[in-house]
Structures are given as structure tokens and as C-alpha cells.
Design a binder for this molecule. Sequence first.
Ligand SMILES: [Fe+2]
Length: 309
Amino acid sequence: MGAESRIIIDNKAIGGEEFDQLAKGKKPIANPAPNPPPARNANNSKGKKSRRRQQQKQPSAAAVRPVQRLFDTCKEVFKSGSAGIVPSPDNVEKLRAVLDDIKPADLGLNPDIACLTLANLDGAAPNGKKPAIRYLHLHECNKFSIGVFCLPPSGVIPLHNHPGMTVFSKLLFGTMHIKSYDWVLDEEGKQQPEVKNQLPKVRLAKVKTNSDLTAPCNTSILYPEDGGNMHCFTAVTACAVLDVLGPPYNDDEGRHCQYYFDFPSSQFSVDGVVVPNEEKEGYGWLQERDRPVDLVVRGELYRGPPFFK
Ligand SMILES: [Fe+2]
């Protein structure tokens, strides 16, 4: 996922860096000390022994919080990351395994209330608008970002892309419908011609996924060129998705979040491109669009179990 390059806090759109500034200006997102420091001891040698014992006592892997393991693994997996650079298969599997094990409680999420915002508390969005989506910001740097989207029932994250990114999405709870596409490429790996006389541009894409996903389930991964790089999420029930993007969106570096309309493959045609009748369901035409005005994502700071950065 990771659709929202700009997110709304108190009706103000902000991005990842601004989140960090917000965090610095207020309370830190996470407690930098996982355990309280040992109390000062009047007996210095006793204090030294105590400290030595603590240093010798290394935390076991099982004692590391899942959110800490997630952050540390992201740091390792994306350390040489940049646009279009896909982590090695070993690293992809390493991060997938960590995400597969994450539970809502590991991030301090209660499925009964996690998708409620003030706008949704009465069970319906005001003025007939679509219900608001929450985005819990855990981290963003120039290598990767981590966050959780909480969608109320019928909440939609419209069809959008992930240019040059590898994205790991872990459905934490609930049921979500996913429709995803990849561009159809010619034999030279170039995109298919666009539909003539159509602005914005309309190009052919192949459906990768069009189904419901229910937690608990394994992590989904998309890549710069395949795996469903353009996707739309619709909440069938209240649900939450943990999203890791490597690298994150960055307009200045050409990684802009582009939204799309999708049309049935029968609606347009291009010379030299033939979609057999029996395969028409497996294709669609995508046309660029502006960010939907009714898409409301409320950004919030993460307040789950703390982790070191
Ligand atoms: Fe996304």
C-alpha cells in the first residue's frame, strides 16, 4: 500500500519528514530505553558488578520486541536501497518472515477500536463522505518507511502506484479486497503504446490480483515491475495493513504517488494490441487522475510498544 504521499493531520496535509518534526517537537514516538536504567548505588563496586552482570546478559532473540525486530530488519534489508533496487531474495525472505509473525498487539492495536476516528465514531462518515482512514506513522527515512493503515468498513485506498519501490504489506486483521495491476510490456520490456487521442494517457495493464484477503495471512510483496505495483484496497470489514516501503515516496526524486482510474479492457483499443475475448477480464486500461478529493487519511503518531531507532 503506501498510497499517501501527503497525509492529513488536523485538516493539514503533511508528509513523512514533517511527521518526524512533529514527533521531535512533542513527545518522542518511542521510548529510547527499553528498560529503565539501573538505580545509582552508593557502593560503587557493587554498582560495577551489577553493570557487568547486565552487560554479560545479552537479550535473546525471543526477548526482542517484534516491532524492534521489524525496524532492525528493515534497516538491514534496505541499507543500500534506492529507487528500482530490489533487495536480494534472501533479504526479501528475511523481512517477509518477520512481517508474517507480526500480530496487531505487537503494534499496540486493538482490532475493536483501531479503525475508529472521531469522524467514524457514530458508525457513519459525516455528510455522506467516505469514512476516514487512519495512518499510524512508525518511521520514515530516505531508505524505507513503516506505517499502518487502519480502514473502517467500506474504506477505500484508491488505485495508485509505487514507482521504483518494493512494498511489503501485512494484513493485521479484518478482510480486505485487493485489486492490483502491472503494466503490460512488449518483448523489449517497454510499455505498450498508449490509446491515441486520450488525455490523460491511457495504457494497458494486466490484472495481478482481484480477490479478498482475510487475516491471519502471509505478507504480500510487490516490486517495481511486477507483483501488482498498482493497487486498490477496499475494506470489506474494519481492517489494518502494516506497510513497509523501500524506498518511500519522494516527489523530488521522481517517486510521486500517481492515482488511476481503471476501465474494462473492452472500452479502448490500440493498433497491434489484441486482448483475446477469453482473457478480457484479466486486463484493464489505466488512466492517470488527480488524488481523489474525498480521500481522507488522518495521520497519527505511533503509540504502540517502543523501539530504538
Ligand atoms: Fe500502496
